[in-house]
Design a protein around this ligand. Structure first.
Ligand SMILES: Nc1ncnc2c1ncn2[C@@H]1O[C@H](COP(=O)(O)OP(=O)(O)OP(=O)(O)O)[C@@H](O)[C@H]1O
Ligand SMILES: [Zn+2]
Length: 717
């Protein structure tokens, strides 16, 4: 029997099946490996090679584990993913079978506060006592919730402070009612919804792009596909970019279907995660909402996948298996014969091209729901209307904020930069404060009074004197982040109520919900936020959107810079005027003549994308050609460089294939590792995965060097 043991770096191995044991592909098993017992999965023998071992010498499988087997279509999806993204099969299998899959449903002992206080109160214990008030979970869960080590939790259990509670892991999620509160759809919404419903009941592969302007009711419409999946006794998966931002979405779901869907995310407690996994695997969970990691779960009876905000780059996984959840979702739809709906107001170029070729069915919602108009968009030429010295908002934007406040309406200022200032500079010696682990500047966060590296998370207090020359009071904050814009707004409008919305302030779904409630209740006048506020929020009284620095996206220069800038600005603009009052958008730019700015001002998506797509075609860039990146890194600078050179020397040669580099990565050091990059550009008809595998297999590198393969890369740093 051919088995993939869950052991890093190991391929498939053959084992003997003991008499009386029945095994089939997709079964979970326990097998011997050297002196150890490890878990593995039985795989289709014809699809994998294994070392030739005479039958008599094969070691026997120890046991078949009591897990629902991975079904054939999911196995084929796993094969495809591992092959396409040049990833180890077991790493992909582990996304379908996370560790909770192997826990038995009844074995949970959870703990909660309830006993006497411990005699010895260390700072860690005090922190745990404070954080764990009202919480319950396994020792591991509580350690995570309290931000302390497992040992601290075990100590509190030993002291009797945390008391044990047995919990059963197999509670069933509620079943959403497809007919609970269906909305009255507009005629154009109805047409699209009917197509989606027909596709779900047909039960065939149907990739679809649901393109609707911001506020057109895409959510209401794809809810009808979800309702149909429930009606036909199946399951629906809705993938969202970030689970932390789903509070308003969950509320809408509950209003439509009468109960919450099952949310799959990393913050679940072990018992909740186990219960969720089991309910997904046996079909009791009817609607699942989750980020990327929900995609590979073994749904028993999946009928449709919706990818909401399908243009979002966060669907691309940037660690472990570097897959793109949007693309793998479509492939899952093909393997399992079901419709996949990519919903967005600003489709990615890859998606647009597939829709225009007819590979994806293209559904449109061209107008906002309920007669709301798209906002009026104007460029603010910063060279002609510059801000006052030391400030960042043009007088035109300040005047618009003033008018909006006077009308009692709300404004949003969008700047995709967390913190107070992206750079801290010494005015005496010119020193720039850098992260010790990364080629990156430390970003000042004034709310938390720290400097932070946005790449590795390194933090330090803001120094009083320059760390280089020692000059006192010489450090200057350069450039704005949202906190600094917030400060400027409070200085200009002391009576206005402001909210700063970034991943630093919206750290949990509960906080996101509180923000939404505050804005909806009219308790906030001006929101200053990063891309976090642009995602799907609906505030009827928000009528002004100011884009603080539209040029930010023009620089940076990777192949998707223009597209991403367009998406962000259109999504941010899309928050304006969604109710009865008309909206207005002001875009601050130093390059009002740039094609992107002109297209934004005219709302000319077609013109902008026609030019972008033509450029991609001319250069053979995705989706017309394919890219793959190799990132070579090591803590040892010389080893990283040598390995990159070795790989560069061994680079494959073929007609239609171009290898660029090796070159030091723009982020030349990350988390203390020195980095080099190679970029492969290949014609579409070349077998890129096989070429990459052959290349890597032909080169022996020291174990101190790590090579990450990134197929269809989104990050070029
Ligand atoms: N048929 C309908 N009946 C009642 N309300 C509707 C209907 N369609 C849409 N709406 C409401 O209109 C608003 C905008 O809809 P929705 O948020 O679904 O748009 P969207 O296309 O997803 O927008 P965005 O892309 O900006 O997130 C929501 O408050 C939604 O509840
Ligand atoms: Zn860093």
């Amino acid at each position: 029997m051919r088995i993939i043991p869950f052991q890093h770096g190991l391929g498939a191995l053959d084992y003997a099946v003991p008499a009386g044991m029945v095994l089939a592909a997709g079964d979970a098993v326990e097998v011997p490996l050297g002196p150890r017992r490890i878990i593995g999965v039985v795989w289709d023998a014809e699809r994998l090679a294994a070392p030739d071992v005479p039958a008599a010498r094969l070691r026997p499988v120890i046991a078949r584990l009591d897990l629902p087997p991975l079904a054939e279509p999911l196995r084929r999806l796993i094969d495809w993913t591992a092959d396409y993204y040049v990833a180890p099969l077991q790493s992909v299998v582990r996304m379908a079978w996370p560790s909770v899959a192997f826990l038995s449903p009844r074995e949970f002992t959870e703990y909660r506060l309830g006993g006497p206080l411990p005699k010895r109160l260390t700072p860690e214990r005090a922190q745990a006592l404070e954080k764990l008030e009202g919480r319950q979970g396994t020792a591991r869960d509580l350690a995570r919730m309290a931000g302390v080590s497992d040992a601290v939790i075990r100590g509190l259990v030993g002291a009797g402070t945390l008391i044990a509670e047995k919990v059963s892991g197999d509670a069933s999620p509620p079943v959403p009612d497809p007919d609970f509160a269906p909305p009255a759809l507009s005629a154009e919404q109805r047409d699209v919804a009917d197509e989606l419903i027909a596709a779900v009941s047909a039960g065939q592969f149907a990739p679809m792009l649901l393109e609707g302007v911001t506020g057109s009711g895409k959510t209401e419409v794809y809810f009808e596909a979800v309702a149909e999946a429930i009606r036909v006794q199946g399951q629906a998966l809705v993938m969202v970019p970030e689970i932390a931002l789903t509070a308003p979405w969950l509320a809408r779901f509950a209003a439509r279907f009468g109960c919450q869907p099952l949310a799959w995310h990393s913050d679940l407690k072990t018992s909740e995660r186990r219960a969720a996994w089991a309910a997904i695997a046996d079909g009791r969970a009817r609607v699942v909402v989750g980020a990327r990691s929900a995609l590979f779960l073994p749904y028993a009876n999946l009928k449709t996948i919706i990818v909401d905000e399908a243009h979002e780059a966060s669907f691309k996984q940037e660690e472990g298996v570097h897959y793109h959840a949007r693309d793998v979702a479509v492939m899952r739809g093909r393997m399992e014969a079901l419709p996949v709906v990519l919903a967005t107001a600003t489709p990615a170029i890859e998606t647009q091209v597939l829709a225009s070729r007819g590979t994806y069915r293209h559904l449109h919602l061209p107008g906002r729901f309920g007669g709301a108009e798209l906002p009026d968009v104007q460029l603010v030429d910063m060279t002609r209307h510059p801000p006052a010295r030391g400030q960042f908002l043009s007088p035109l934007v300040v005047a618009a904020l003033d008018q909006t406040l006077a009308k009692g309406e709300q404004s949003l200022l969008f700047l995709n930069r967390r913190g107070y200032a992206p750079l801290t500079l010494c005015r005496t010696c010119g020193h720039r404060i850098q992260c010790p682990n990364c080629t990156a500047w430390m970003v000042e966060h004034r709310l938390s009074r720290r400097l932070a590296c946005h790449h590795c998370g390194h933090q330090m207090p803001v120094p009083d004197a320059c760390p280089e020359c020692g000059a006192a009071d010489s450090l200057a904050a350069c450039g704005p982040g949202v906190e600094r814009i917030g400060e400027e707004v409070r200085r200009l409008f002391p009576a206005a109520r402001t909210a700063i919305v970034t991943s630093d302030t919206i750290t949990s779904p509960a906080r996101a919900a509180a923000l939404v409630q505050a804005v909806a209740a009219g308790a906030v006048d001006i929101i200053i936020g990063t891309q976090m506020v642009t995602k799907g929020y609906h505030f009827p009284d928000l009528t002004l959107v100011g884009i603080v620095d539209a040029d930010l996206g023009l620089s940076g220069g990777d192949l998707r810079a223009g597209e991403r800038c367009w998406q962000q600005i259109v999504q941010a603009s899309g928050r304006a005027g969604r109710g009865e009052k008309p909206g207005r958008v002001l875009i601050q730019t130093h390059q009002p003549g740039a094609a992107l700015m002109q297209a934004l001002a005219k709302g000319d998506a077609d013109g902008f994308f026609a030019a972008e797509i033509a450029a991609r075609r001319d250069l053979g860039l995705p989706p017309f050609g394919r890219l793959a990146a190799l990132v070579i890194s090591s803590e040892d600078a010389a080893a990283a460089k040598a390995a990159a050179d070795t790989l560069g020397d061994a680079a494959p040669r073929a007609d239609g294939l171009m290898v660029l580099g090796p070159a030091p990565a723009p982020l030349a050091m990350l988390r203390g590792r020195h980095r080099h990059r190679l970029l492969v550009q290949a014609r579409r008809d070349l077998p890129l995965p096989a070429i990459l595998r052959g290349w890597l297999a032909g080169v022996a590198l020291p174990s101190s060097v790590r090579v990450v393969v990134d197929v269809d890369p989104y990050s070029f740093v």
